[in-house]
Design a protein around this ligand. Structure first.
Ligand code: GLN
Length: 311
């Protein structure tokens, strides 16, 4: 099995890696704009801890929007511990795909400040606002959860945090618009600060593939045996990933890949195949919706070759 999977990963990398030339590295955050467009890493980790990797899988980068999965996980844990949080959360953010870019303002105006889902920026800001209502230091808690699941201490990329904060005009507008509709309980700057902090968690593809596995294991972290989420909650996170995790390309991802994925603007995509694998692919150049272009190709090739799907 190890041998076969290693061969499959090498084939997938051969097909996907050159496609990066068709994408464009993000320009609005300097550290990501300067990323090597030729970087490529793919990690596939099974529930028994078998790690299958190719390329630059031990290279850290700020995970950006992939952190939205883990702040949501924390909010769901909080909802299990404190009465009323579940209602608070899901009355303030929806569970429908947006069909719009991750940082769009348009829909929010029409829909009175209630974001479509927690995988877009507006929704992640609401999740952070809910966390600020119920937990001490939410961003540190997100990094703590990531460290636990990755099996390694996760650090903050302070340069990316500062650059993301400097480029936050649009996120600030989103937060202010939601505040104008009464859908923000904390100061805009405090919510932005929490969000920008979690986006700057620096992780490698290998660590991300480990960290996401519990969602495909009925909420139990295979490494520690800890029930991180109830199985039903893990299913819900996976549902939001497949319908909303790759923004306005979510339909195309479901069509091509067929398992839940979440992307970030630094060029990583995590995926989860129920009862089989945690996956992470990293290649900085993006397609138009802000998902890694070669990453999309790699996940498609992987899904086809291994007959992976969880729909
Ligand atoms: N921090 C980035 C932003 O808010 C994250 C976006 C992303 O990764 N898609 O713009």
């Amino acid at each position: 099995m190890k041998h076969d999977l290693d061969d499959v990963l090498a084939e997938v990398a051969d097909v996907a890696r050159p496609r990066a030339a068709e994408g464009r590295v993000t320009s609005y955050i300097e550290a990501h704009a300067n990323a090597d467009p030729n970087s490529f890493g793919l990690a596939v980790i099974d529930m028994d801890g078998g790690e299958y990797v190719t390329g630059e899988v031990d290279e850290p980068f700020a995970i950006q929007s992939i952190s939205k999965v883990f702040s949501l996980v924390l909010a769901m844990q909080t909802a299990d511990e404190a009465e009323g949080v579940d209602k608070e959360l899901w009355s303030r953010v929806g569970v429908e795909p947006s069909g719009d870019p991750f940082n769009s303002l348009v829909q929010l105006e029409h829909e009175e400040g209630r974001p479509r889902n927690p995988m877009i920026n507006a929704g992640a800001l609401i999740v952070d606002d809910v966390l600020l209502n119920h937990r001490e230091e939410p961003p540190q808690a997100v990094i703590g959860l990531l460290s636990e699941l990755a099996g390694d201490q996760v650090h903050l990329d302070e340069i990316v945090r500062d650059q993301t904060a400097e480029e936050a005009a649009r996120n600030r507008a989103i937060a202010n618009l939601m505040a104008s509709f009464g859908n923000l309980s904390h100061d805009v700057e405090q919510v932005l600060d929490a969000y920008v902090h979690q986006c700057a968690a620096a992780m490698t593809p290998r660590q991300l593939a480990r960290a996401v596995r519990f969602l495909g294991n009925d909420g139990v972290d295979p490494a520690s045996g800890r029930q991180v989420l109830r199985a039903e909650q893990a299913r819900r996170v996976a549902a939001l990933m497949i319908t909303c995790g790759t923004y306005d390309s979510a339909g195309q991802f479901a069509f091509d890949v067929g398992f839940p994925c979440k992307s970030g603007v630094s060029g990583a995509i995590v995926g989860v195949v129920r009862h089989r694998f945690g996956v992470c692919v990293w290649s900085p150049p993006l397609e138009e919706s802000g998902n890694s272009l070669a990453g999309h190709v790699a996940l498609h090739e992987l899904a086809e070759r291994l007959d992976l799907w969880s729909i």
